[in-house]
Ligand binder design. Structure first.
Ligand SMILES: *[C@@H]1O[C@H](CO)[C@@H](O)[C@H](O)[C@H]1NC(C)=O
Ligand SMILES: *[C@@H]1O[C@H](CO)[C@@H](O)[C@H](O)[C@H]1NC(C)=O
Length: 336
């Protein structure tokens, strides 16, 4: 989800025991060759390591899902459902009785309060159908998929003064049944740990339309029921003087390190499972929205967002940068 931010802060490195390694990502798709709009979001990976994102086209084509790699092209478009606006995406595997693997993409439609399941038929044509929906979902914004097919959803709405209930966490069972698990301030990034033991969710708070807090919470996930409990503070961006910068997409690698998008900060941070900042990855654009580890070995971080340094919300086109991690991502590994 993008935000209206008129200014952004630079990273402040606080002196301490651990040095934060500094990196610069490489441009993959630039303003010159982009076929994506400025609402590019929901970076995700399939079994082959290909990358996908929403808003293929321009700033008015919101019901689209495009391939970022190997070549920019349209993957799916909902031409039937009025208002459809896609955001978070995750790929799963559907195994047929012949043990063939079929691609399945789950896409959050934040306007129609549903998750659409996109499958590829025998002619290679993509077909979409509602997987789960609930008019009580605030959005959903982003989604994360567990090994057992359960899906966790986050959503948010803006108020001048954020209230508890402006953000929500839902679980959607494999067969589509939904249940609200918690309410918070504005929730956005959502990700499971590699063993599905923990759920990470971001929360932002605004006061008089100024963002004053950004935190990541960690819940314990109950394997049998899918319920969450033991909410604990995992990371508070006030400790690195960037409480005013919104968290967007979050993804984990197989070691449980989290990659966290700093929307408006031109940066992605790599944070260890203990909550230590390991690396700062500086980007070629200011407003990243989402990320995923992909590529042949699942180790290439793909960062998407609107191109440029101070491009206003909704203007310009969608950019993609890459950065090489030492180990593969959780989502890619789950599909192998
Ligand atoms: C966006 O793309 C659609 C589909 O290609 C096209 O019909 C429309 O005119 C474009 N809108 C703008 C504002 O460029
Ligand atoms: C789409 O882009 C055009 C040209 O930059 C701009 O005038 C318009 O407001 C944008 N639309 C949205 C929905 O942001």
């Amino acid at each position: 989800m993008s935000f209206n931010l008129s200014c952004f802060s630079a990273l402040l490195i606080i002196g301490g025991a651990n040095a934060i390694l500094q990196y610069q990502s490489k441009p993959l798709i630039t303003a010159e060759n982009s076929k994506f709009g400025p609402f590019i979001e929901g970076t995700s990976v399939d079994r082959e390591g290909n990358v996908y994102a929403v808003n293929y086209g321009n700033n008015s084509t919101l019901p689209t899902l495009g391939r970022v790699t190997p070549k920019q092209s349209l993957f799916y478009e909902d031409t039937q459902t009025p208002g459809t606006a896609f955001n978070g995406i995750r790929f799963g595997i559907k195994e047929s009785h012949h043990h063939h693997h079929h691609k399945v993409a789950y896409v959050a439609d934040y306007i129609n309060h549903r998750v659409v399941k996109v499958t590829v038929d025998s002619h290679g044509k993509t077909v979409g159908k509602t997987h789960c929906s609930n008019p009580k979902f605030i959005q959903p914004n982003d989604i994360t998929l567990a090994r057992n097919g359960r899906m966790y959803l986050s959503g948010m709405k803006f108020h001048q003064n954020t209230q508890i209930g402006d953000g929500d966490i839902w679980v959607c069972a494999k067969e589509g049944k939904t249940k609200r698990l918690d309410v918070l301030g504005r929730t956005n990034g959502i990700e499971l740990s590699p063993n599905d033991k923990y759920l990470y969710v971001s929360e932002a708070i605004d006061r008089d339309s100024i963002t004053v807090s950004n935190k990541i919470w960690r819940y314990k996930v109950h394997k049998a029921t899918g319920e969450i409990s033991h909410k604990t503070l995992f990371f508070d961006f006030a400790t690195v003087n960037t409480a005013d910068l919104n968290i967007d997409g979050i993804r984990s690698d197989i070691r449980g390190n989290l990659f966290v998008v700093r929307h408006g900060g031109q940066e992605v941070l790599k944070i260890s499972p203990k909550g230590e900042i390991l690396a700062s990855i500086k980007l070629s654009f200011t407003f990243p929205t989402n990320i995923e580890l992909a590529g042949k070995h699942g180790t290439t971080l793909h960062i998407v967002g609107r191109c440029g340094i101070n491009t206003p919300d909704g203007e310009g086109v969608g950019c993609v940068d890459t950065w090489e991690n030492d180990v593969p991502g959780r989502a890619w590994s789950l599909l192998q």
